[in-house]
Design a protein. Structure first.
Length: 318
């Protein structure tokens, strides 16, 4: 059964009626094809109207939808012969960060991604996509490996942020994130990051200090979650919708502010309604931006990438 968000309740009611009528037909009842068609058309129009005017807070809810495709889905759909590589060679392997080599449209690449998991067991295994220091050190190791072997880097970001636990802080969380960002900026190969769901804080930037940052239409990308921002500013997480407006965390806002490079349109109703379609669209956009980057030498890539991120912090740039 499809999971509906709070603001989708009218759509859920219509789709529920459609399903009831279908069951009536399957059970040998009266022909209700005409009524089903009418309700389906009404539900489609309501879905269009709803998603045409989503607020930033509603987009945050869509970005966190439990049925939304995860990094593992994009890797499975876009990367042939994927070989996972584990461990940071210092402490442990972190399942919140996936990494490995494979082929994207016939080209050998290094792939990274933050993985949330899709059921209780896998979410616990992947720590809900919140990496510990060993996850970012693994990312750094694989980015450096990609540089040595001339492999373009593709990353798929979907995390609420780095894990804030005491054990993570004790093992140098901030340093690990900073070193991962440094490795991304210093990589002598093309680096393309795609924000596929939630891009939260330094935990997201650690895998997104890239030549090109793509972002799905209903993804979010911000220095802090709306709830966290509301708790700090108003001491009330219930003000999250107000914080979401102020944070400018949507793809449209971030493209205008030159924080990201492109917004990828999602299927009507969000990526979770047609996972194969959005995965294919992401593949097309990655190929479009990868081709010209692959023609540049390492020194040029590094210089342009560093300038890109320095520009974001200059007074007046925004």
């Amino acid at each position: 059964m499809r999971h509906f968000l709070d603001f989708e309740k009218p759509i859920a009611e219509l789709e529920g009626k459609i399903e009831e009528l279908r069951r009536t037909t399957d059970a040998g009842g009266i022909d209700v094809a005409e009524e089903v068609g009418r309700l389906r058309d009404k539900a489609h129009k309501l879905l269009q109207a709803t998603y045409a005017k989503l607020t930033p807070w509603q987009k945050a809810q869509v970005a966190r939808h439990p049925e939304r495709p995860h990094a593992s889905d994009y890797i499975a759909g876009l990367i042939e012969g994927f070989v996972p590589l584990a461990g940071d060679r210092a402490f442990a392997d972190d399942a919140a960060v996936l990494g490995g080599m494979g082929r994207f449209h016939g080209r050998a690449v290094m792939v990274l991604g933050t993985e949330r998991g899709d059921d209780t067991e896998s979410r616990v295994k992947h720590n809900f996509g919140m990496a510990r220091p060993e996850g970012y050190r693994k990312a750094r190791r694989l980015m450096e490996l990609a540089g040595r072997f001339g492999l373009p880097i593709l990353s798929f970001v979907d995390t609420a942020g780095a894990f804030p636990g005491i054990d993570a802080e004790a093992r140098g969380q901030a340093e690990a994130i900073a070193r991962s960002i440094e490795a991304g900026l210093d990589a002598p190969v093309p680096f393309i990051a795609t924000i596929i769901g939630e891009g939260g804080s330094g935990g997201a930037i650690a895998l997104a200090a890239a030549d090109r940052v793509l972002m799905l239409e209903h993804a979010i990308y911000s220095v802090i979650s709306p709830e966290g921002c509301a708790s700090i500013l108003w001491r009330d997480a219930a003000q999250a919708s107000v914080a979401a407006e102020a944070l400018r965390l949507t793809g449209e806002d971030l493209k205008r502010l030159a924080i990201i490079d492109a917004v990828i349109a999602e299927p009507l109703g969000g990526a979770h309604r047609d996972a194969p379609a959005i995965i294919a669209s992401v593949g097309v956009r990655i190929e479009e931006v990868l081709e010209p980057l692959a023609a540049l030498d390492g020194a040029t890539l590094r210089a342009r990438r560093r300038e890109k991120f320095l520009e974001m912090g200059r007074v007046g740039a925004l």
